[in-house]
Ligand binder design. Structure first.
Ligand code: ADP
Ligand code: MG
Length: 161
């Protein structure tokens, strides 16, 4: 479908320690694709959130279920697929983490951050076979590095998982 893309695929066991592996691959692929440090960090965070969700919400840490991670390097950016083997979900029905009643919650910000950091985000559900999060970041991203700070301020003070 995307004949010009360079593809990197990784299959992960549903273990917390593999989240870090996915981040390292994301960092490496982003740099090779031509993203700078800030955009690379945003991509890494988006992968972190999507893979944690795939392991815990999707696969529920079932050792038989895998997380399928795919990076497609395109001429104008990077497309990332994170597929699990769970029951799927609808990202459009999630509570708004910025709503007053949710501001003190220590969870429920993962998808919100992915949407902030990436130019495109969508979920495809394959009933009985899992969910696939698809996200795209362009080399000329609409997301400015100073939008809402660097993004790093959520490290350490916002739990996400
Ligand atoms: N891969 C997934 N499979 C099933 N449900 C998911 C998946 N990813 C996200 N969700 C659902 O979306 C919700 C919001 O995800 P997120 O914004 O990352 O917040 P959190 O993980 O802290 O709950 C999750 O609580 C879960 O119900
Ligand atoms: Mg999450």
């Amino acid at each position: 479908m995307k004949p010009d893309a360079n593809v990197v695929e990784v299959v992960l066991e549903s273990k917390l320690k593999n989240v870090e592996v996915s981040e390292e691959v994301a960092r490496s692929v982003s740099a090779k694709a031509g993203f700078g440090e800030e955009a690379g960090f945003q991509i890494e965070m988006a992968v972190h959130e999507a893979v944690i969700n795939a392991i815990f919400h999707g696969n529920k840490e079932d050792p038989r279920k895998k997380v399928h991670l795919k990076f497609l390097t395109l001429a104008d950016g990077l497309e990332i697929h994170v597929r699990d083997e769970g029951k799927g979900f609808d990202p459009n029905t999630l509570p708004d983490p910025l709503a007053k009643e949710n501001l003190l919650n220590d969870s429920g910000r993962g998808i919100f951050l992915v949407r902030k950091f990436m130019d495109e985000f969508r979920v495809e559900n394959f009933p009985g076979r899992g969910a696939e999060v698809i996200m795209v970041k362009h080399l000329t991203s609409r997301i400015q590095s100073n939008q809402g700070g660097t993004g790093r301020e959520h490290e350490g003070n916002v739990a996400s998982g």
